[in-house]
Structure formats: structure tokens, C-alpha cells
Design a protein around this ligand. Structure first.
Ligand code: FAD
Length: 441
């Protein structure tokens, strides 16, 4: 079997490794258009902030190590420019030799990720604008921050990447403006939880501009915001979201779903059974509602890579869907979510009940006790858990426990019965997760 893979980072490289573990005979070739494969996208903000000292620490594998350790050929700087389904070939632009060629496949895996959305800003070309998606993006931004002696940054977008970059740019010694279109940062959170993050940002010296967008870059390079104010920043980081990088799939006639991602079945096959798609480019299904859903996160890409490799080797395992479990560090605060928020449930007209509490993450008398706010939404009829959010110390552990509970089909009342490890530095005899179960009665 000859398997070609488009994209050599989270989904593509993981798929290739998984396939090799399951099949030592398959010929596997990975095409990556950039010069770096298998790097930790998620670590890029922390390299820029100086928490990760060497850029090489972000690189998990190289074409040489893949060839030597796994007999997988990785062709970097090779961009796939079309998929010919009837001939079962790819056309590739080899940017090293500057030539085009074709390669045949028996099976194809499509994992080209996503592309950043560029916000509508007048005279964008006047500014120093960056996005953060590829390793190259990170190196360029890093070089320019040092080389051009940037002193200040305007982060456009208060989602996960905008928030992580706020901390990291501050750590780098820059003055930071964060401009967020809606009334709250990380607006998938309950408003009261976002407010905790906003307080933290302000305390740490971030200039927060809520209910505002960057309208124009003026001739003198100052920035006019939609609320009429003007701010100065040496560069803009555009972090307003991403969209699936689906143009090859569209041109090849692969089906695109209602959320804009490539449609796949539970084994990651597209409407062409010899073409699988995984990662940020696809539309999957919501574990809770079974509705179409797109979640561009690393766990999802890795799991989908495994499911595709299993199916390709004839040992199928269906993908159960996505919960959207996510977490973000904002200086000394942590925000974590799983499943649906009150507003998304309301929007979908799904009836729900809520239990909430504010507790300490561990025994109040043990040093370092800090506030942890938790909320959980569940179905009144059968106690099915529909979503939960946490902000504060220990948010990670509680959301992971609840994510596990949802995956195991436990009800909100079952949370009372979970035997959670306790000693004063870690929890309380009744953990906040147990407390949510008691409160939900
Ligand atoms: P990618 O990992 O982006 O890989 C796609 C690759 O395909 C790219 O290298 C691209 O160059 C290549 N490619 C595209 N088109 C072609 C072509 N035509 N020919 C050849 N190659 C092509 N997720 C989390 O869960 N937690 C986090 O903390 C987190 N932090 C993040 C921070 C940042 C700054 C970014 C950018 C992402 C973060 N993510 C995080 C998201 C996570 O990295 C993605 O969900 C994951 O990388 C998706 O994997 P993928 O294979 O779909 O895409």
C-alpha cells in the first residue's frame, strides 16, 4: 500500500507514525510545504515569551529522524498543488528543485491545517502585521521584535492565542494592547468568568480594549479603533481566528460541510473512500449533540490521526465526536472549558440546569489556597452533563475530571461518587467536582 500525506505537522506527522506502528510494510510519503515538520504549534507563544529557550525544543522530529527511525519519507518544501482523484495522483511543486511532478497513491491523508482569518482593517499594508501559524511566522516575529527593537504590540483578538500572546509579549518586555471585538475576552466563557481574566490582564498591565476593533492604520502608523480612540503600537498580531485550509479538497470535489470543514465519516474518510481528512481542516461531530462541529485543537488532530490509521489497516475504531475540551493560561489565572456553555445551549434551544460554586483549589489553611470558580450545565431529565467551565487554580484538573465523566456517560449526580485524591496541598475531602454533584440535586 502506498500512502501519501499532505501536511507534516500535528495531524499528518502523527498519522504517518501511527500507520507505521500498525503496518511495517506500507510506503509512506509526507509532503510539507514549509521547511519544518512536526513542530509544536502550541509552544510558539511560549518561545516568543522566552519561557522556551531554544527554538529546536519545539521540533519533535525531522525528515532525517523520520526516515531513520520509522522508514517514513518526509519531503519538506514540497507543496501539493492538486489532487487528481480519477488518476489517484497528486501534483507537487518541489520548491527546492523548482520543479513540478506527480506522485501516485493508493490512499491519501489530507491534513493541511487552517489559515488565519485576516480582519478587515483599512490600510493594513501600512502596518507591521503578523500572524502566528507556522514555524516561519514565529521566527519572523521573533527576529523582528529583537531586530527592529519593537517596544509595543497590538494583539487583535482576545481568544486563546491573543490571550497567550498577551502574557508572552509582556514577558518579553513589550507594552501590550489587546483589542477584542466583543464585550469580553475568551467569549466562549460565562461573562463572569471572562471578567476574572480581564481583571488579571489589567492587573498585569495589559491595555484592554473591549467592544472595539482596529478600524484603520493611520499614515503615521497609529491605530484608529472603532470606538474612536487612537493607540500606538510597533506591530499588530492578527489573531481573530482561523478557517479550514480546504481549497485543494474543494477543487478535487470533496464534500464540504455546513461549518466549512471537509466532511468525513466516523473513520475520517471523505466522500472519496481512498481519501481521509483529519485535523483543523475537517468538520467532525459534537459528542454531546451529534451535530456538525469544528474544533481546531491538537488533541482532536492526534485522535483523528489514530482513527484514520486504524481504519486504513483494517482494524476500525469509530470516532465518538468532540467535546471541545480546552484550556488557557492567562498570567496567574487558568481558564478551562468542556462541552457547551449556557449561551451555546440557549442558542441551540437545549433545556438545561446549572450548578455553580466558588471554592478553594485545596485546603484553605494550606499555603497558596486560591479561588476556583466552577459551573456545570446538565439536563434536568436525566442528569446528562452538557458542559462545564472553570477559572482559577486547579481548573485543569476539574475540567479534565468532568471531561472524563462525560466520556464515560456519567451523570451530574455521579460526580458525588467520584473518589478524588485528597491531601491538603491538592484538594479538600469533598473536591469541588464532588460539590458540583451535591449542588446539582
Ligand atoms: P497543522 O499542525 O497546522 O499542520 C498542517 C501542515 O500542513 C502545515 O505545516 C502546512 O504547512 C502544511 N500544508 C498546508 N497545505 C499544504 C500543501 N498544499 N502541501 C503540503 N503541505 C501543506 N491546540 C491545542 O489543543 N492546545 C494549544 O495550546 C494550542 N495552541 C496553539 C497555538 C498556536 C500559536 C497555534 C497556531 C495553534 C495552537 N493549537 C493548540 C492548535 C493546534 O496546533 C492545531 O489544532 C493542530 O496543529 C492541527 O493540526 P493539523 O495537522 O490540522 O494542522
Amino acid at each position: 500500500m502506498k500512502v501519501l500525506v499532505i501536511g507534516g505537522v500535528a495531524g499528518g506527522a502523527t498519522f504517518a507514525s501511527q500507520l507505521r506502528m500498525l503496518d511495517d510494510q506500507a510506503e509512506i510519503i509526507v509532503f510539507e510545504k514549509d521547511g519544518t515538520m512536526s513542530f509544536a504549534n502550541c509552544g510558539m507563544p511560549y518561545y516568543l515569551g522566552g519561557f522556551v529557550e531554544e527554538k529546536e525544543q519545539l521540533i519533535a522530529a525531522t525528515p532525517e529522524s523520520f526516515q531513520k527511525d520509522k522508514s517514513i519519507e518526509v519531503r519538506i518544501r514540497h507543496e501539493v498543488i492538486s489532487i487528481n482523484r480519477s488518476k489517484k495522483t497528486l501534483t507537487i511543486n518541489d520548491h527546492i528543485q523548482n520543479e513540478m511532478y506527480e506522485e501516485t497513491y493508493d490512499k491519501l491523508v489530507y491534513s493541511p491545517g487552517a489559515v488565519p482569518i485576516v480582519p478587515d482593517i483599512e490600510h493594513l499594508d501600512r502596518g507591521n502585521c503578523y500572524s502566528l501559524r507556522s514555524f516561519k511566522d514565529m521566527l519572523k516575529l521573533d527576529e523582528h521584535i529583537s531586530g527592529r527593537s519593537y517596544q509595543s504590540a497590538c494583539l487583535v483578538g482576545g481568544g486563546f492565542i491573543g490571550l497567550e500572546m498577551a502574557e508572552n509579549m509582556k514577558e518579553r518586555g513589550l507594552d501590550v494592547h489587546l483589542v477584542q471585538r466583543s464585550g469580553h475576552v475568551l467569549n466562549l466563557l460565562e461573562p463572569a468568568f471572562s471578567e476574572i481574566l480581564e481583571k488579571e490582564l489589567l492587573q498585569k498591565g495589559i491595555d484592554l480594549h473591549l467592544n472595539a476593533t482596529v478600524k484603520r492604520i493611520n499614515e503615521d502608523k497609529s491605530l484608529l479603533l472603532s470606538d474612536g480612540s487612537e493607540i500606538e503600537a510597533d506591530f499588530l498580531l492578527l489573531a481573530v481566528g482561523i478557517k479550514p485550509n480546504k481549497h485543494l479538497a474543494e477543487t478535487a470535489g470533496l464534500k464540504i460541510g455546513e461549518t466549512g470543514g471537509v466532511c468525513v465519516n466516523e473513520y475520517m474518510q471523505t466522500n472519496d473512500e481512498d481519501i481521509y481528512a483529519i485535523g483543523d481542516v475537517i468538520e467532525s461531530i459534537d459528542y454531546i449533540t451529534s451535530q456538525p462541529k469544528r474544533v481546531p485543537l491538537a488533541w482532536v488532530a492526534h485522535r483523528e490521526a489514530y482513527i484514520a490509521a486504524r481504519h486504513m489497516t483494517g482494524d476500525s475504531l469509530p470516532f465518538k465526536g468532540i467535546l471541545g475540551t480546552a484550556i488557557c493560561k492567562v498570567f496567574d489565572q487558568t481558564a478551562a472549558v468542556v462541552g457547551h456553555s449556557a449561551s451555546s445551549l440557549t442558542e441551540m434551544k437545549i433545556p438545561f440546569e446549572t450548578a455553580e460554586l466558588t471554592a478553594r483549589q485545596h485546603a484553605g489553611y494550606y499555603p497558596g489556597a486560591a479561588k476556583l470558580s466552577l459551573v456545570i450545565h446538565f439536563s434536568h431529565d436525566d442528569g446528562k452533563i452538557l458542559g462545564a467551565q472553570a477559572v482559577g487554580e486547579g481548573a485543569d484538573k476539574r475540567i479534565d475530571v468532568i471531561s472524563t465523566a462525560i466520556t464515560g456517560n456519567l451523570t451530574v449526580l455521579d460526580l458525588q461518587t467520584l473518589e478524588i485524591a485528597y491531601a491538603p496541598p491538592y484538594s479538600a475531602p469533598k473536591d469541588p467536582v464532588n460539590m458540583l454533584g451535591y449542588k446539582a440535586v
